[in-house]
Design a protein around this ligand. Structure first.
Ligand SMILES: [Zn+2]
Ligand SMILES: [Zn+2]
Length: 302
């Protein structure tokens, strides 16, 4: 891994109306795109079995995004946010979870099938508690074998309602922030887009799949803009690079989706774990969360 040359930073537009501070996901298309990307990445990967499980999961998520019963809107006139939503919504995302598990069970074998059946047997109250813990970043409070499935179901539910929240938000009031303005979760990675202008950076939410603008060369964790370093596996044209902060020692991956639209934040983050290992060796800590890799988090204190 080498440190790359400085990449030109796109200044904020002189006509800020061009720039959308918050982008809503289209869940069906997003999950289908993710599944397709995982399929491509599976060949030649040492993680092939795991990526294949994630691909099946993404396809089930796509199916549910189109067909699940999401119940009444959890958003009120007074509160256009998914950061804290009431326990009355638990029954709906848990409905999504049970459907997700049932569909997955038809296409998985032991030992995954055993985990799926075990999760299906848990009480609603227990699942609600685990779901809340995951959303609050207390990942170690949830049995690692269940996290992937719990988060996948919550992702379908939260991404379904996020576009409605975004519609109701005053986007001019959205400030640059490290956590998702819609649901308060950590980003998976940065994505660098070439529309409407080249080199715009957005953070991609790990839960509701929304994307929010974040100026380049500023640390997305602590906000400082002086001591940032860029890394990549091969050369400075690499489609995945890492931006690390010398101040807080956090890092985030940057995926150049403008140049490679087939990339997906979750799938490509998973496929480049070797970068995480190298950054970790150098004393840096990820400031991001991958929804398909929660079992590997040491704790939720990030
Ligand atoms: Zn979000
Ligand atoms: Zn920092």
């Amino acid at each position: 891994m080498t440190q790359t040359a400085d990449i030109p930073v796109t200044p904020l537009s002189e006509s800020p109306l061009e720039l959308k501070t918050l982008l809503a996901a289209a869940p069906l298309e997003l999950y289908q795109h993710r599944a397709k990307r995982l399929e491509t990445l599976t060949s030649d990967s040492p993680l092939a079995d795991y990526l294949e499980l994630c691909r099946r999961l993404a396809l089930v998520q796509a199916d549910l995004a189109a067909n699940a019963d999401f119940g009444p809107s959890p958003i009120t006139e007074a509160q256009a946010s998914l950061k804290v939503i009431g326990p009355e919504t638990d029954v709906y995302w848990q409905g999504v979870l049970q459907q997700l598990l049932a569909k997955l069970l038809l296409q998985t074998e032991e030992p995954i099938a055993r985990v799926v059946r075990l999760l299906m047997q848990q009480s609603q109250q227990q699942i609600a508690t685990w779901g809340r813990a995951l959303r609050q970043g207390q990942i170690s409070q949830v049995p690692a074998q269940f996290s992937l499935f719990l988060w996948a179901a919550m992702g379908v539910y939260w991404s379904h309602w996020a576009p409605l929240v975004i519609k109701r938000m005053d986007l001019r009031q959205i400030e640059q922030q490290p956590l998702c303005p819609v649901c308060g979760s950590h980003p998976v990675a940065s994505v660098i887009k070439d529309e409407p202008r080249a080199g715009l950076r957005y953070l991609h939410c790990s839960l509701c799949e929304s994307e929010w603008h974040f100026i380049r060369a500023h640390c997305s964790n602590c906000g400082q803009d002086k001591e940032m370093s860029l890394w990549s596996m091969d050369d400075h044209q690499a489609k995945v690079r890492v931006e690390s902060c010398d101040e807080c020692h956090g890092y985030t991956k940057m995926l150049f989706v403008g140049q490679a639209p087939e990339m997906d934040a979750v799938a490509d983050d998973l496929a480049t774990l070797v970068l995480d290992a190298q950054l970790s060796e150098q004393g840096f800590v990820a400031t991001t969360t991958n929804p398909m890799l929660l079992a590997h988090e040491a704790d939720g204190s990030q």
